[in-house]
Write a protein that binds this ligand. Structure first.
Ligand SMILES: NC(=O)c1ccc[n+]([C@@H]2O[C@H](COP(=O)([O-])OP(=O)(O)OC[C@H]3O[C@@H](n4cnc5c(N)ncnc54)[C@H](OP(=O)(O)O)[C@@H]3O)[C@@H](O)[C@H]2O)c1
Length: 339
């Protein structure tokens, strides 16, 4: 089996994690990462042993900063079988023509529109839809989180309607530019884009979403109300969630009352960058009354899409036919064990 050569375009919150995750797999390798500015992230990428590719016009600035470069961004495209585009939202679309011209495959992230690729990816729900594709898109962190729980529930007990409020982190922990720092900001363009984004993978699902930006950096939190097609009970839903891939049930009684303790838990687990790849559901916050299901879930926005990117590479590069086998391989390499 030949090892798939992966280039990472954009080495920020998502790019640096995808690079680390790909490095841990035995059927793919990172051939390089890109940086446009000679920042500390460029320096640490080089120190970690990644080849750093930069825009032609930035070569001198990197030389001046003493950061070794391996060539231009276009050189990286030529060296890659597939690029994982982790540039900021709406920047990736500008690169699509370059990937096509280089004759390589590319994965875009949730900051790009579904229409850019025509196919979006979630490991559990539609792994095979990206099989052999030249372009695909891993849906956003919130969308990934919603699909991880709604898809298995819908498969076992059909969903009539889902109503979700997304309490969004205002910025990532490493970002000091964004806000608010002391306010709650409702998204007034309703319903929000999260529902249609879930429908890019589950087009049959009736889902209605609202969102509030909150002054926190740790995680997103979803409140989910689901109208089921039939009456169910809490134990049945808990069984579904317990066996759902990349979903972790926790109890507030164990001391995990908020996103703060979830992040502390991830640190205690010794995860890379204290990443919580799983969607975390409060077991004692799941309740079914008749055909109405209520639950809360937390999404570590920096981390949940990382294993999905690895699985998406396997599907697009035809490395593993079976979704569950790919997920199992990815999870083992990343130390994901549902606990
Ligand atoms: N952060 C999240 O919570 C999250 C979660 C899921 C999905 N996503 C999606 O993932 C994508 C990346 O988001 P992110 O949070 O990782 O962004 P980010 O932290 O801002 O990282 C993006 C990186 O791309 C680089 N970049 C900027 N312009 C570029 C260009 N023209 N060519 C090449 N590189 C360029 C920037 O570094 P330099 O300019 O220094 O090189 C920056 O570090 C977006 O689509 C986003 O919507 C983000």
């Amino acid at each position: 089996m030949s090892i798939v050569k992966v280039g990472i375009n954009g080495y920020g919150t998502i790019g640096k994690r995808v690079a680390a995750a790909v490095s841990k797999q035995d059927d793919m390798q990172v051939v390089g990462v890109t940086k446009t500015r000679p920042t500390f992230e460029a320096k640490t990428a080089a120190e970690k042993g990644f080849d750093v590719y930069v825009p032609e016009e930035s070569l001198q600035a990197f030389r001046d900063a003493g950061i070794r470069t391996a060539g231009t961004i276009q050189d990286l495209f030529r060296a890659s079988d597939i690029v994982v585009d982790c540039t900021p939202g709406n920047v990736g679309e500008g690169y699509k023509a370059e990937y096509a011209a280089a004759g390589i495959k590319a994965i875009f992230q949730g900051g790009e529109d579904h229409s850019l690729t025509g196919v979006s990816f979630n490991s559990t729900a539609n792994y095979r839809d990206s099989w052999g594709a030249q372009f695909s898109r891993v849906v956003s962190c919130n969308t990934t989180g919603l699909i991880r729980t709604l898809f298995p529930i819908d498969r076992k007990i059909k969903i009539k309607n889902a109503y979700v409020t997304v309490v969004r982190r205002a910025a990532d922990p490493g970002d000091s530019k964004s806000g608010p720092i002391n306010a709650l900001e409702p998204s007034v363009k309703l319903p929000t884009h999260h529902g249609p984004d879930v429908q890019s993978i589950m087009p049959w699902l009736n889902i209605n979403t609202m969102a509030i930006k909150a002054s926190t950096t740790l995680m997103h939190l979803h409140t989910v109300v689901v109208e089921l097609e039939r009456d169910a009970d809490t134990a049945e839903v808990l069984d579904i969630l317990r066996s759902a891939p990349r979903v972790r049930l926790i109890k507030s009684k164990s001391g995990i009352k908020s996103t703060a303790e979830i992040m502390e838990y991830a640190r205690d687990l010794g995860r890379d960058r204290s990443d919580m790849y799983e969607i975390v559901v409060w077991e004692d916050g799941v309740k079914v009354v008749g055909n109405k299901l209520y639950y809360y879930q937390a999404v570590h926005q920096e981390a949940d899409v990382i294993p999905e990117n690895v699985d998406c590479i396997r599907s697009m590069c035809k490395l593993e036919k079976d979704a569950a086998a790919s997920a199992e391989k990815t999870d083992r390499a990343l130390g994901i064990d549902k606990g």
